[in-house]
Each structure stands twice: as structure tokens, then as C-alpha cells.
Design a protein around this ligand. Sequence first.
Ligand code: PGA
Length: 261
Amino acid sequence: MKRKIIVGVWKDKLSLAESVNQATKLNNIFKDKKINSEICIAPAPAALWRVKDEVTTQNLHVIAQDIHWPDEKRSFIGSTPIAYLKELGIKTTMVGHSERRRFFYETNEDIYKKLFACINEGIYPILAIGDNVTCEKERADILRAQIKGALCPDGLPPINTTKICIGYEPIWAISTWRNEVPLPDYKVVNALMNMVADLLDEFNLDISQTPLLYGGSVAPSNAEEYFSVPLVDGALVGGASLKAESLTALCDIGEKVWFSN
Ligand code: PGA
């Protein structure tokens, strides 16, 4: 069985005090829990150190929302150097979230460099890919370009996909960006995840050990449905991860769906 991973992505939605408070609460809940899945929290970069300090249980993983690759000849103001993660004992980072691509103009080329640096430095990257279209053909083209550009660009060594995790998040399902579009149900998510797996297969990328996560308004009310999709090994969760109770509920649902037999 692949690793099962639930990531609470706090983005910029909690203050420093709220982040620390939330981390303390979660630490208290998770320290006495017996779980098989990996529960991660990704606080804002400025809260990373304090949150990491607060979490003492092995059941909860503090991860970064993004990193920057090292380059001795250049500098990158405002970024989180990958070396900081190692100093903090943080082993995982997200890379390529749609909001990084959209508001920070992150390209597939940047994302490839980040993934490459992570693997070189022993950091586990969670690559996010996503589209904001409803037409199936257009969606496949967008995702194909993201997969090729980030994982196996022409003329460069391919990323070892057995050392990463991949999250598919349709932007149209993310709570902040959703408008009239109804949330996908089991059948739709199943079809979307199969499409992602087929696209990865098109490039002969080995995903036998790559957890595939789904993201976009995942919440306790729909998690059982989504986690039951055979290709879903976990979730990227924004809004529903901001409360300790709902992140805990998501963990419990994951345990039930993935590990109760
Ligand atoms: P959401 O966010 O769960 O609030 O839709 C998901 C994300 O942006 O990763």
C-alpha cells in the first residue's frame, strides 16, 4: 500500500499566534492517537519555526508551503531557502501550488528546479498540479504540459517520481476560487485521478510508490467519498484544515477508509 498523506495547507489564513495555538492543540490531540496515515501541517513561512517548535509528536509533520533551490550565483529575496528546512528538521515541502503559479508567476521550469533540489537535498516534495478549465481536452493539455515541464523536460534528467508525492487540485474546486461549479462527486474525482495517472504513464513515469493526493474543498462532509476513490492516497486541504477538529476528523475518516480492514 502507498503512503497515505493528508496535508493541512494553512496558506496565509492564520496569524502567527493562531498558528502556534493550532499547532499546540493538534499536538495534544495527535500525541495520543494511533494512526497509520501521515498528517502534515503547512504553516505560512514566517510561522514555520514556531510551529515546528510546538509539535513534539511523531504523528504530526510540519512541512513547508514552498522552498527555493540553492544557486550560488544568484539570490532570491523573500524565498524560503531549502537549507532552512534541514536546519529546522523539516523533511517535506509543497511545490507548485496553483496559487504560487498564479500569483508568483512560477513556471514549470522553476518547479522542476525545486523538485530537483529537493531530491538532491533529501527533502520530500509534494508537487501540486491543477487546471482551471471544464473542457476535458484542454484539461489534459494543461496537465500534460505541467507534468512534462516539471518532471521530465527535454534535455534534462527526469525527476525520480518514486521520491515524490503528487497532488492534483482542480483550481475550479478550490474553496477560494469556486464559483458556480458544483463540487465533483466520487465518479468525477475517480475519472480525474485516472486521467492524471494516464498522463503520468504517457511519460513512463513510475508512480508505483508515488502517493496521489486530491485537493479542492476536501472537508469532513465529502472526505469519505473522495478517500474511497482507489487512486486517492490523501488530500491537500485548505479551508477545512484551519480548525483542529476538522483536520482531526479528516484523519479519522482516512484511517477508517484506508486501514479499517
Ligand atoms: P481548499 O484549498 O481545501 O480550501 O479548497 C485547497 C488548496 O488550495 O490546496
